[in-house]
Design a binder for this molecule. Structure first.
Ligand SMILES: [Zn+2]
Length: 446
């Protein structure tokens, strides 16, 4: 098929594609504890049917230990053709407060070419991208195809990661497409070539056998909470840049958003400044970030007049792809131990680390997706980063160092993923599907 024929076929298939997305997004497949499990299984079965209908000869659900099934599909490669793995996930974030939604979260609603509903973007748009792109070929795929659609990415993605690490052959491919990101702006194509890794730990400070009266002892007794606050604030300088020795700042070679755009998307209040220095892309894609994500301290309500004996904090570090998570964890915990005041007792626990990702210079797959996006969007993609982590991508790139990994999708920066009023722009979805279908055809041709 020529790119023009593929584009026309995708366009002609859009009514079916939208109906499929509406059907899938109507299923509240929230794979978090405390939510009903039946809809998650229903979404798996729905996904399985979609992949069969897209012409894949082998489709099955794969049990994942301690998790919901992944849906796996396969079509053998024509002689001499490479194989492509297509990834997305069918589970979604909880809807949160329904009062914040303008339309019911699990009743997908179309308004002026935009489909609203939980999961319409993250990541049921990814599932539908693969289904619709594959359907274009009517069962005669130009490349070998493997599809894996995860069932618990939003809550416990490490379970699929462990599964794949135990049996990598199942997903072995020459190119891997992760359709769970998007373009910064509608119609402005981008490939995500850099992801930050992460590390986290809990720090505990102890000063006294137990809390003591702040009138009788305050002023002389060492307060664990005061010590912890000094330690936590010492990790940033006046400008808000991380100042822990060893955590050096990076630069991002592509172009990111402006400070004004970041202020708007993050909802920064009037008169409040951003933190850190350098370009926004350098700060959120190529440098370390440290955030205190939890504190164990007495609640304001019911606080008593006492000097605290113990205080705890949860600390998260975002790691640029050039950095190493374990080294960063060591650097930060060493620093906190070193600057702890008054000889307080400091201990660390509950460590988590996950690697980041940086795409290689690019080979045959990268050339094919560049041409495909240029056709579908009218311009070649630019490179963007993402400040968040997708641990599965780090695993795939470690297990298959030769494979080219491509990240793209229909979740633009204003898709409100994980937030109320999540949405996908249907024209954007069409362009992403077109790009993926042309990519499969171009990649086969070399
Ligand atoms: Zn996602």
């Amino acid at each position: 098929m020529t790119p023009e024929e593929i584009e026309a076929a995708v366009q002609a298939g859009m009514p079916q594609t939208i109906e499929d997305l509406e059907g899938l997004a109507a299923i509240p497949s929230v794979a978090f504890p405390g939510h009903p499990e039946a809809p998650v299984h229903e979404a798996a079965a729905f996904t399985e049917r979609l992949l069969r209908a897209a012409g894949l000869p082998y489709v099955r659900q794969i049990p994942i230990e301690g998790s919901f099934p992944a849906v796996f599909a396969e079509a053998p490669a024509p002689p001499g053709a490479p194989t492509v793995l297509l990834y997305a996930h069918y589970d979604v974030q909880p809807a949160g407060d329904p009062a914040l939604w303008k339309t019911p979260p699990f009743e997908p609603t179309r308004v002026d070419g935009v489909l609203y509903g939980r999961g319409t973007a993250d990541d049921k748009s990814g599932v539908i991208t693969h289904v619709a792109a594959l359907r274009t070929f009517q069962g005669r795929f130009p490349v070998g195809v493997k599809v894996i659609i995860e069932g618990q990415e939003e809550y416990a993605g490490e379970r699929l990661q462990h599964f794949i690490e135990a049996d990598p052959e199942l997903v072995r491919a020459d190119a891997m497409v992760i359709a769970d990101v998007g373009n910064p702006y509608i119609g402005d194509p981008a490939l995500t070539t850099s992801l930050r890794g992460m590390a986290a730990f809990t720090v505990e400070v102890r000063t006294l056998a137990e809390a003591v009266h702040s009138g009788a002892f305050g002023g002389a007794a060492p307060d664990a909470l005061a010590a912890l606050m000094r330690m936590l604030t010492a990790m940033h300088d006046e400008a808000g840049d991380v100042c822990v020795p060893g955590l050096t700042r990076g630069t991002f070679s592509g172009q990111g958003c402006t400070e004004e755009e970041l202020r708007a998307t993050a909802g920064v209040l009037d008169g409040v400044s951003l933190v850190g220095t350098g370009s926004v892309a350098d700060r959120i894609w190529a440098s370390y970030a440290i955030t205190v994500t939890g504190l164990d301290v007495p609640d304001v309500h019911g606080a008593i007049n006492a000097v605290q004996a113990v205080a705890r904090a949860r600390v998260t570090i975002r790691i640029p792809p050039s950095g190493d998570a374990k080294t960063a964890l060591q650097d930060v915990t060493d620093f906190l131990r070193k600057i702890a005041p008054w000889g307080v007792q400091v201990s660390f626990s509950d460590f988590v680390t996950g690697a980041g990702f940086r795409a290689g210079a690019g080979g045959r797959a990268r050339g094919a997706i560049n041409r495909a996006m240029a056709h579908a969007f009218g311009q070649a993609p630019r490179e963007v980063g993402q400040g968040g982590s997708i641990p599965l991508v780090a695993s795939l790139s470690r297990l298959f160092p030769e494979a080219e990994i491509l990240l793209y999708g229909a979740e633009d920066d204003h898709a409100s993923i994980h937030a109320p009023n999540e949405r996908v722009v249907l024209d954007e979805l069409r362009r992403v599907i077109t790009a993926e279908a042309i990519f499969l055809s171009e990649y086969a041709q070399g």
